[in-house]
Design a protein around this ligand. Sequence first.
Ligand SMILES: [Fe+2]
Ligand SMILES: [Fe+2]
Length: 273
Amino acid sequence: MSCINLKQNIWDLDVVFPANHIISQPYFDNAPVAILENFKVLLSRDVFSEGDSQPFYDYLMTRKAEFSQDFLAFLDLWLIDELKHYEALRRVYSALSGITFREMDIIFSQRNHEIEPIAIALEDEFTILVTFMFDELSSAYSYRRDLQEYYSHFGSKPQTLVHHLIKDEGMHFNNAAQILLNNHLERLGEVGDFLALISKLESSLNKYYQTFFLDHAQEKYRFPTYFNSVIIRFILAHLGLGKKPKQEELLELWQWKPEGYNFVPVIKLQEEN
Ligand SMILES: [Fe+2]
Ligand SMILES: [Fe+2]
């Protein structure tokens, strides 16, 4: 019998952000133009990286025989959440930009999900779990930043929604940690070196390869240069392998801004790169 107690944040998307929700005009009138423009670019990426969970899950299922029952149970819960995130962000993107669900279906169907560039992360259950920890924690902090800089301008519904996303990503992080601690204890000593490898891989990727993992490769400039090192120290501390970063360091992960900006632009810096 497994002693792992996988947790899931229970929330109803149809209550939090109904499919027909209209963001009222005053929010558009009051939000700075640059915020709306940047937000739409941000969503044009985030929506689909949540959707990439399905092809990633399908790929992992082709290797099902390699994995433990705990990990398979984790993946099933995780997929339900990520597909809910996909639908949630589709609703926000549509309400903000007018893009239709049909148009988003077409964009998604044209994606190319590559496995090879992230093969190091997919070696076995252990490396996949550690990469999950890295990715889910980074996503939680990234959504914190998005909430503060973008979602907060468009009413309480988008804000509540992102609060749930943050909570969900945090639970995915915790669940992955539980399986590591219970089933892969003998390999804990490898976690530090492996995370350094993953961070190096992410830095070397020139783009996101649309297979769920390492999607922050497409938006490195939105985060301080020390982002990954703080994330890694947080993970190691969570596994009992080091000291947790200070509160100020964690706040900086989502409050840092490039010099001269009062929010982290998505468009401008991208053009400069
Ligand atoms: Fe997600
Ligand atoms: Fe997640």
